[in-house]
Design a protein around this ligand. Structure first.
Ligand code: G6P
Length: 605
């Protein structure tokens, strides 16, 4: 989950690489570095922390050369220090790496026995040393890199640069994404197309196990067996790569505000032009399905938990949800009639991808609910449904979450239709309800100023509890995740009914308790739980609709949302949860878009 980039250019490459790394910074920001070859001489600059530090360093210590590789790091092996920052170098070899080399300890011992000493605690340095060894054995750079690749176990995307070779760069992909960019007399490598967008819109996505030899004249791609491979060049849509803040202070604010438009676009895409019928690929068929498995990580997992309610209610089908990192190792009982759905914004999360690979031959069908259409999960599922959220840059997911929810709801409606638990008229009615979603979401966004004021009070707390029942329970989990990941305030989400089984012990007058409770069938029960909190001096912030707020009576703080149909309440109630977290983080002065220790795309286990 680092970002890598490489350029064989016709001008100085350091500024180009910096610009690309800026677009990859969402993948990690513990350190950054660039290496270039200038008239045969290999040199590098590295700095701890965000890219800005590397940028400053380059002002004082410029790096010249028209060939270069760059890296932005999310630390796995070795602390975030300059020594451990990429590019790693051994003799005339420089390497940048995204992923984990699982057998690096064995390789390290082998190299040490041969007298080759590591200077860093990283697994990546092993790659550089091994390649250098192969060079000293008389191999060409390409052969040396290939010989190294043959020894590596684990997941990686790599870019190699060699001293004395101004017109050569080698890339490799196994388990982590890597794209080749084609320019006019220039060639590029990047972790994703967004990184390369300022330079080219002509992209080749490498397949698993591919490695590539780049010169300015073009790319020679080899598959895992060393055979020449033909991989298509595709043109990417530049509107999919726009990553400016559009006048907002943070990407997160922009992405929250984009939600009505995103949901509108997703509805238009997945419904027929009349808006009264689903328009999903034929492979999305639940007729013979005996259970649904939903697998994801992070925010996607909470979307899955909401969807469980929809699938059960609308399609009366057994549903299991699991965190990908648990699912793949817990020997799940599978059915050849099951439909397994993998939810991932990036489509590259290592655990989710591994879970997919683990089950795909044992279930009837796999479906991806993804945002990046060229991602591994999109390509490896039987059918991939785009959520059409556009680039999500803020590490904390917002529009990705609500767009995932929408697509999952459409899938639940399809399941109900296929299984005969919903009549054609009922599906039509539900779709008519969905048409009001973007407008209702706009109304929720209109509460921004009011939420800002309340967030100022919330920001003073050390701990915050979120409560919800039914679909508001997973939403409470997501709301707590949002708050903790960007404001660093400790927060937990609980099912309201579980309060008295433990968390109530935490309640006192310093503890805000955010209650997500539309006035629905479960409302009275939630209000009882709220009373239990208030009886113990807990500070209740109630998020509800006018009827709910009136019925609940006096509370510490409240946020009034529009009255919304139960079916779409999770999407609408996500908005105040996101805005509360955002404004609380602003008060705390944290780095909203790039919170400490996190990364957007987690391509390591
Ligand atoms: C990281 C991100 C989260 C995201 C999770 C799963 O932890 O910070 O925002 O929910 O990964 O990512 P995915 O791309 O698979 O949805």
């Amino acid at each position: 989950m680092c970002g890598i980039v490489g350029v064989l250019g016709t001008h100085e490459v350091a500024p180009l690489i910096l610009e690309s790394l800026k677009r990859l910074e969402y993948r990690g920001y513990d350190s950054a570095g660039i290496a270039t070859v200038n008239n045969g001489t290999l040199d590098r600059r590295r700095a701890v922390g965000k890219l800005i530090n590397l940028s400053d360093l380059l002002v004082h210590e410029p790096l010249t050369g028209k060939s270069g590789i760059g890296h932005t790091r999310w630390a796995t092996h070795g602390a975030p220090t300059v020594t451990n920052a990429h590019p790693h170098r051994s003799g005339g070899v420089a390497v940048v790496h995204n992923g984990i080399i699982e057998n690096f300890k064995a390789l390290r011992a082998e190299l040490a026995a041969a007298g080759l000493v590591h200077e860093t605690g990283t697994d990546t340095e092993t790659i550089a040393i091994l390649t250098r060894l192969h060079l000293t054995q008389g191999m060409t750079p390409a052969k040396a890199a290939a010989a190294t690749l043959a020894r590596l176990e684990g997941a990686f995307a790599l870019a190699f640069l060699f001293e004395g070779e101004d017109d050569l760069m080698i890339g490799a992909r196994k388990g982590s994404p890597l794209a080749v960019g084609h320019g006019d007399g220039e060639m590029y490598l990047g972790s994703d197309a967004i990184a390369l967008a300022p330079m080219t819109d002509r992209i080749t996505y490498l397949e698993e196990g591919d490695w590539v030899v780049l010169t300015r004249a073009g790319a020679e791609i080899f598959d895992a067996d060393g055979r020449r491979a033909n991989r298509a060049v595709s043109r990417i849509r530049l509107d999919q790569t726009q990553v400016d803040k559009g006048g907002y202070r943070h990407f997160m604010a922009k992405e929250i505000a984009e939600q009505p438009a995103v949901l509108q676009a997703a509805l238009a895409f997945h419904l027929d032009p009349s808006g009264q019928a689903l328009s999903l690929p034929d492979e999305v068929d639940f007729s013979d399905c005996d259970r649904i498995t939903l697998v994801a990580c992070g925010t996607g997992f909470y979307a899955a938990q909401v969807a469980k309610y929809w699938f059960e209610q609308l399609a009366r089908i057994q549903v299991e949800t699991d965190i990908a990192s648990e699912y793949r190792y817990r020997q799940p009982v599978l059915s050849d009639k099951a439909v397994a759905i993998f939810i991932s914004q990036s489509g590259e999360t290592a655990d989710t991808l591994a879970a997919l690979r683990h089950v795909r031959d044992q279930v009837a069908r796999t479906i991806g609910v993804i945002n990046v259409p060229t991602s591994s999960i999109a390509r490896e599922t039987d059918v991939a449904l785009p959520i059409l959220a556009g680039p999500e840059i803020s590490v904390a997911s917002t529009k990705g979450f609500t767009a995932q929810l929408l697509v999952l709801l459409l899938l639940a409606l399809k399941a109900g239709q296929d299984r005969g638990t919903l009549s054609a008229d009922q599906v039509k009615d539900h779709l008519a309800t969905l048409a009001s979603l973007p407008g209702l979401m706009r109304q929720a966004l209109d509460r921004n100023e009011e939420i800002d004021k309340i967030a100022r009070k919330l920001a003073e707390a050390r701990d915050v509890l979120y409560l919800g029942r039914g679909m508001m329970y997973p939403l409470a989990l997501e709301a707590a995740l949002k708050l903790k990941e960007i404001s660093y305030i400790h927060a937990e989400g609980y099912a309201s009914g579980e309060l008295k089984h433990g968390p109530i012990a935490l309640i006192d007058k310093t503890m805000p308790v955010v209650v997500l409770a539309p006035r629905d069938a479960l409302f009275e029960k939630t209000v009882s739980n709220m009373q239990e909190v208030m009886a113990r001096q807990g500070q209740v912030l109630l998020i509800s609709d006018p009827a709910g707020l009136e019925e609940a009576g006096e509370v510490w703080q409240s946020i009034t949302l529009p009255t919304v149909p139960e079916l779409i309440a999770p999407m609408i109630y996500a908005v105040p949860a996101q805005l509360l977290a955002y404004h609380a983080a602003m008060v705390r002065g944290t780095d909203v878009d790039q919170p400490r220790n996190l990364a957007k795309s987690v391509t390591v286990e």
